[in-house]
Design a binder for this molecule. Structure first.
Ligand code: NAP
Length: 326
């Protein structure tokens, strides 16, 4: 295995990784995708996806990921269904390890995504996709004229709550302290909405419900008293963590751990290593934007490989010509 140097290894099996794999496979780069033991990414804990173009009737998140995976496989992408444990980007070929197995490649696309922080309750996990959700843009429309809750006190929580007011009849924001982390402007907007109620000094003790969510049990952090809040859905908005722990000592990143790429490119500070999808994206975090970014990463890798092998690559990916001298 160690003697076999690939053109490209893609790390991560979500919309970004599989799209990178599709483009790389169709460019005859025979990608190896180390997709993770729990492949599929955040869409695996989503139910219906209605905002991905091309699925007019919607599709279940896990089914969509299977389709993505199968589409890249059709063109020759190979998969290792396991977690990368270590990488060495100090020289080419780059080395990627899964336990004791070493994989080498001339280019690497990092597409390991991000995870929404969870409350850590068993009942939260059980009702994911059945009332418990982590993305208002994705799921708000399912809760028209219903009462819903948002957990969190930062800008994300305010943004989710404001977005939800377009659909829900009432939005209760639950925050664990008596001071919000959100910026004053976001907080002012939330306070100005008649549909939003801010509940402070409270945490979620339990998500209530059997097959579907029926409410929350809240506990006061001041008195320790509990009460039930009947809501049909809860949007947990307590932050995201990029899955970049493996790369932090080798790739440039910001304070929150998101990888940093060159302007208008997916290239990291290591030529030949590209980063795509939610590992670089604080802002949009959508399947469609991750997929677009994955496409860009594969095209950038193809261009890089073409220029380093001294052949022109495809018309799209030919090395950019030097600026003409005048
Ligand atoms: P954040 O600023 O880290 O806020 C997370 C919030 O969740 C905090 O209020 C925190 O409470 C709470 N929290 C964390 N863990 C919790 C737990 N286990 N149980 C209950 N509550 C918990 O994250 P964010 O809101 O996602 O924002 C991330 C960054 O993106 C920020 O820089 C933000 O300004 C930016 N952002 C900007 C916009 C915008 O400008 N439109 C929109 C979204 C995000 P504590 O306050 O007690 O720690």
């Amino acid at each position: 295995m160690a003697n076999d140097v690939r053109e490209i290894i893609i790390i991560g099996g979500g919309p970004a990784g599989y799209t990178a794999a599709l483009y790389a496979a169709r460019a005859n780069l025979e990608p190896l995708v180390i997709e993770g033991f729990s492949w599929g990414g955040q869409l695996m804990i989503t139910s219906d996806v209605e905002n991905y173009p091309g699925y007019p009737d919607g599709i279940l998140g896990p089914e969509m990921m299977q389709d993505f995976r199968r589409q890249a496989e059709r063109f020759g992408a190979e998969y290792v269904t396991d977690d990368v444990t270590r990488v060495d980007f100090s020289e080419r070929p780059f080395r990627v390890y899964v336990g004791d197995d070493e994989y080498r490649a001339e280019s690497v696309v990092v597409a390991t995504g991000a995870t929404a922080r969870q409350l850590g309750l068993e009942s939260e996990r059980r009702l994911q996709g059945r009332g418990v959700t982590y993305c208002a843009v994705c799921d708000a429309a399912f809760w028209r004229e219903r009462d819903v809750a948002v957990v969190g006190g930062g800008d994300s929580a305010m943004e989710e709550a404001l977005f939800l007011t377009k659909f829900a009849s009432k939005v209760t924001v639950i925050h664990r302290r008596d001071e919000f982390r959100a910026s004053p402007i976001m907080l002012d907007r939330a306070r100005a909405s008649e549909k939003i109620e801010l509940v402070m000094n409270a945490v979620v003790d339990e998500v209530l419900g059997g097959d579907r969510m029926e409410g929350l049990r809240l506990r006061s952090t001041v008195t320790d008293e509990t009460r039930e809040l009947p809501v049909d859905a809860v949007f947990v908005a307590i932050g995201h963590d990029p899955s970049t722990g493996l790369f932090l000592d080798q790739l440039d990143h910001d304070d929150a751990g998101y990888l940093v790429t060159q302007a208008e490119s997916t290239e990291t500070n290591v030529p030949g290593v590209f980063a795509v999808g939610d590992v670089v994206d604080h802002t949009y975090r959508q399947a469609i934007t991750a997929a677009g970014s994955g496409c860009m990463g594969a095209l950038d890798a193809e261009r890089f490989l073409a220029s380093s092998h001294g052949h022109p690559g495809s018309a799209l990916t030919a090395p950019r010509p030097e600026a003409a001298e005048v």
